[in-house]
Design a protein around this ligand. Structure first.
Ligand code: PLP
Length: 373
């Protein structure tokens, strides 16, 4: 459900997502497209369809229900649920829609094995290992117990073994990637020695671009880079992400343009005072549109190719920007994300002003009504 009744439009370039996929797939291995959370705000079904056309045959969603919603659109592709079964009803959906769930503990495994045995079907699963995130997963020391229990679960077929990197996008922390990669390698080797045949999967986008030569394993999970964000922007490895193209822009409309005399303040709390006579445009976007109040006095928009800074507090549905010297009028289009030329606003820019990461910007801007171009 998009945010209703506003003037924002989030425009998605599906051809850019396809181009980014091809670039990542060109680095080798099997690439699962991570389209969890409504494809990071770009649209679950639309993104899955265009990637299928680009040759992608495996997708990773978040919840099991998200995978069930996807199944009809891509009847043959592999669908992995990264969250796995959280509630008992998820197990029925896993079997009913042939979803491969990430399984992170013994309780989940036994429940699913029991249900699959009763239904006389196989359950294909991805075993999730914690090699350094300390979030979800079995640990290396669980391997013997896991192998023992799997012997009594003929209905379970281990299709994948996965783990997630904590620092793949931080060149200062590549040593920790190596620690996780080596641990994961030992786990895969031990499971294979016991006769299991599966795809190993460790790398996310940053992992694919920086670590696949050593720790690529068979299958990689590409998320943020598919949507055109370079995970290494601003680091000394920036060139690794060259050539990715942004797939989202968000526009809205100018509501009013007026003069503000030197000494007058703008918006709630009087947090901005004009130091000179200026011209201000009031724009139809605010925190109810996922345009965070954290951007108050910090962010900028792009108007006719020029950066225009936010002045004063972001309100619920309105935000003021300094448009001094730029011709504009009510009804004009203004970019919250994207825009023309070198002053276009990137997801990294917004994230920096907002104090977050581009992932959050895409997920939240994607809650607005979308258009596909
Ligand atoms: C979201 C997610 C990914 C994708 O990560 P990106 O950094 O967006 O490429 C990969 N694996 C898991 C387990 C995830 O949750």
């Amino acid at each position: 459900m998009p945010i209703a009744h506003n003037y924002l439009r989030t425009r998605v370039r599906l051809d850019h997502i396809a181009a980014n996929y091809k670039r990542l797939a060109g680095l080798g291995g099997r690439v699962l497209a991570v389209i969890k959370a409504d494809a990071y705000g770009h649209g679950l079904l639309e993104t899955a369809r265009v990637l299928t056309g680009a040759g992608c045959d495996g997708f990773a969603v978040g919840s099991v229900a998200e995978g069930a919603a996807l199944r009809a659109a891509i009847p043959r592709a592999a669908i992995v649920s990264l969250l796995g079964p959280v509630l008992p009803e998820d197990d029925a959906m896993i079997l009913g829609h042939s979803i491969i769930p990430f399984i992170h503990d013994f309780g989940q495994l036994e429940r699913l094995a029991g249900r699959a045995a009763r239904k006389r079907v196989k359950a294909r699963v991805a075993l999730k290992f914690d090699t350094g995130m300390a979030r979800l997963g079995f640990v290396e020391a669980d391997v013997p117990e896991l192998l023992k229990r799997l012997e009594d679960m003929p209905a379970i077929e281990v299709a994948m073994v996965g783990s997630h990197l904590a620092t793949a996008d931080d060149p200062a922390a590549f040593a920790f990637v190596a620690e996780q990669g080596e641990g994961f390698g030992r786990i895969c080797a031990a499971l294979r020695r016991a006769g299991l045949a599966f795809e190993g999967s460790l790398c996310n986008s940053a992992g694919i671009m920086a670590h696949a030569d050593r720790f690529g394993f068979e299958t990689r999970r590409a998320g943020i880079a598919l949507y055109g964000v370079n995970p290494f922007l601003g680091t000394d490895r920036e060139t690794l992400g060259q050539g990715l193209v942004a797939a989202m822009e968000t526009v809205t409309r100018i509501v009013s343009v007026h003069d503000v005399a030197a000494g007058r303040s703008v918006s709630y709390g009087r947090t901005f005072t004009a130091e000179r006579d200026m011209r201000v445009a009031v724009v139809a976007a605010g925190y109810a549109d996922a345009y965070s109040r954290g951007l108050s006095n910090a962010g900028a928009m792009c108007l006719a190719g020029k950066r225009v800074p936010i002045v004063g507090r972001v309100c619920m549905q309105l935000t003021a920007v300094d448009v001094t010297g730029i011709a504009c009028a009510p009804g004009d289009v203004i970019h919250l994300l994207g825009g023309q030329g070198p002053e276009a606003v990137t997801a990294n820019d917004v994230a920096g002003w907002w104090g977050t990461i581009p992932y959050e910007v895409l997920c939240l801007f994607g809650l607005n009504p979308r258009e596909y171009v």
